[in-house]
Write a protein that binds this ligand. Structure first.
Ligand code: PHE
Ligand code: CO
Length: 264
């Protein structure tokens, strides 16, 4: 990850990068800003989000303000055995993969500033919670992410994180799904975005390619603007199935192959 200027407070983080979510310390203004973000997205998701996400958010009681992670974790634990781990922001690969491999999803504790309403470069509590947490209630998605975490630790040993990170980017963050001929979003970066959610589903400009594991692993991505290319799944079962094989020979093959420009 290098050492970009991350804005979270890492001074109190444990060796696994977890912190306390001091829920009572959020201000009324922060809860109100979260509510405004929530309400904007709530108008879009019925049309653009996948069924699994829509079903889960209904049971979460998460519209009123920044959620208390402990309360959500009780429900999540019962549903799929996952829990939320509060973190100060982005964390190193090894800590991230280790959390996922233990069915713990890291969620950033701080909320963006009002002037970042439309755009933010680092994940905050709104992105992490609204985008990622509801899908952890889906059994297949939840099991996939667990496998992804284990696969991440393995990719570190094989010096292959670059390729596995692209898989995460084009699925968990920016993935689309096509169900009954309708495109829907399941990627968290889309679900939490005021502009890219509709763009990804219906704008004529970006490419929408069927999910193809090696193509995804070879496709570069940009973090500073809407994506040029999205990959489309049929179902989370497809994601589970296509990522089940041992990636070791795939990584070996990719080492000799050029990557694709997402805009080409
Ligand atoms: N099958 C992958 C491997 O052997 C592990 C993995 C599973 C990676 C699911 C991503 C998602 O490395
Ligand atoms: Co994310």
């Amino acid at each position: 990850m290098g050492k970009p200027q991350l804005r979270g407070d890492y001074s109190r983080a444990g060796s696994d990068y977890s912190v306390e979510q001091d829920w009572s310390a959020y201000s009324a203004q922060e809860h109100a800003l979260y509510r405004r973000l929530f309400e904007r997205q709530a108008k879009l998701v019925p049309r653009y989000a996948c069924r699994e996400w829509i079903q889960a958010i209904a049971g979460l009681d998460a519209a009123g303000g920044i959620p208390d992670f402990k309360k959500i974790s009780v429900k999540l634990e019962k549903a799929t055995g996952w829990e939320i781990v509060p973190v100060p922001g982005l964390i190193p690969d090894e800590a991230f993969f280790t959390h996922l491999a233990n069915r713990r999803f890291p969620v950033t504790v701080w909320l963006r500033k009002p002037e970042e309403f439309d755009y933010i470069v680092e994940p905050d509590v709104f992105h992490d919670f609204f985008g990622h947490v509801p899908l952890l209630f889906d059994r297949v998605y939840a099991d996939h992410l667990h496998e992804y975490g284990k696969g991440g630790l393995k990719a570190m040993r094989l010096d292959a994180v670059k390729w596995l990170a692209r898989l995460y980017w084009y699925t968990i963050e920016f993935g689309l799904m096509k169900v009954n001929d309708e495109i829907k979003a399941y990627g968290a970066g889309l679900l939490s975005s005021g502009g890219e959610l509709a763009f990804s589903v219906e704008d004529p400009r970006p490419r929408r390619r069927p999910f193809e594991l090696e193509r995804i692993m070879r496709t570069e991505y940009r973090i500073d603007r809407y994506q040029d290319t999205y990959f489309v799944l049929d179902s989370f079962e497809q994601l589970m199935r296509e990522t089940a094989p041992d990636f070791t020979p795939i990584y070996a093959r990719l080492r000799g192959l050029p990557s694709f420009d997402p805009a080409a």
